[in-house]
Design a binder for this molecule. Structure first.
Ligand SMILES: NC(=O)c1ccc[n+]([C@@H]2O[C@H](COP(=O)([O-])OP(=O)(O)OC[C@H]3O[C@@H](n4cnc5c(N)ncnc54)[C@H](OP(=O)(O)O)[C@@H]3O)[C@@H](O)[C@H]2O)c1
Length: 276
């Protein structure tokens, strides 16, 4: 099984993350082992799951059956909101479900602002990182106010902030805050979760036609050239392969500018202030 030729990005822990991976949000737990086995077969080596997806066990079984060396894989999972009072216990349960001794990246899934427990949860994640059982730790769906709150406590900065980001929702302001702090951005919903037609964004279809690629491939290539970490989800092995077939062309500076101007500040998922 040959790995896709994804570049890697070095995180603040010193560890490298493959820039292109595979996400398993809304992948049925019953189907997960087969679908992740397909993704590994296609060549993905970076898998993004979460406790709340209910499919960590299937991800773990696919990894175990694949025969791929553990150090060739990058596995992310996430601390669910209800578990923010006990990150250590929740982390161990995730490891048990995955059947792994360590994960590569462990994230606080949402800031759960009303309860404010994310600040203490972040201390718990740093302790987990110090134990070596999560090679890197980070956050997800954090806005600047949440990041300010955890950074004010001292300690290490999150390796990443995993946020909703796609061509119609480019998050320029938050990215401008994160970049100088060395916090890398992971794009969730990189294809807009299929909730709008990428081809309807100004200029998008023409760029796809010019390269003989699908609008989804153009979007993924755009994330990569923006320096974002990205892990599109697909249940279909054919679309998995299509989404990884993005290393034989390059978007020009003009095309990158055209996609930049397609931003509509259009969120397709939940707002961090509304999730509890
Ligand atoms: N931290 C968070 O709060 C958070 C939230 C959401 C997601 N995530 C992570 O981000 C990952 C990616 O986001 P996402 O799964 O929400 O959305 P996404 O990757 O933007 O979109 C997935 C949708 O696009 C379709 N699709 C995939 N490739 C396609 C292609 N080449 N052509 C046409 N349609 C295609 C899929 O359908 P098929 O399956 O039928 O191909 C699915 O309906 C998740 O799996 C998860 O790991 C994190």
């Amino acid at each position: 099984m040959t790995a896709i030729p994804s570049p890697t990005i070095q995180l603040n822990s010193g560890h490298e993350i493959p820039q292109l991976g595979f996400g398993v949000f809304q992948v049925d737990p019953v189907e997960t082992q087969r679908i992740v086995a397909d993704a590994l077969e296609v060549g993905y080596r970076h898998l993004d799951t979460a406790k709340i997806y209910g499919n960590e066990a299937g991800v773990g079984r696919a990894i175990a059956e694949s025969g791929i060396a553990r150090d060739e894989l990058f596995v992310t999972t996430k601390l669910w909101n209800d578990d923010q009072g006990d990150p250590e216990g929740a982390f161990q349960r995730s490891l048990d479900e995955l059947g792994l001794e360590h994960v590569d990246l462990y994230l606080i899934h949402w800031p759960v602002a009303e309860r404010g427990t994310y600040v203490d949860a972040w201390k718990g994640l740093q302790a987990i990182a110090e134990s070596g059982r999560a090679r890197s730790v980070g956050v997800s769906n954090f806005q600047t106010k949440h990041l300010d709150a955890i950074l004010a406590e001292g300690g290490i900065a999150p390796a990443v902030n995993q946020i909703e980001l796609h061509p119609a929702f480019q998050q320029r302001e938050l990215r401008g805050y994160l970049a100088p702090k060395g916090i890398h951005v992971e794009s969730w919903g990189p294809l807009g979760q299929g909730k709008y037609d990428l081809g309807e964004l100004t200029g998008f279809q023409a760029i796809a036609d010019a390269h003989g690629k699908s609008v989804q491939q153009i979007a993924i290539r755009w994330h990569l050239q923006e320096g974002l970490i990205v892990f599109p989800k697909s249940n279909s092995k054919e679309r998995m392969a299509q989404n990884a077939d993005v290393f034989d062309f390059e978007l020009s500076a003009e095309e990158m500018d055209a996609i930049r101007s397609a931003d509509q500040n259009r969120r397709v998922g939940g707002h961090p202030d509304e999730i509890n």
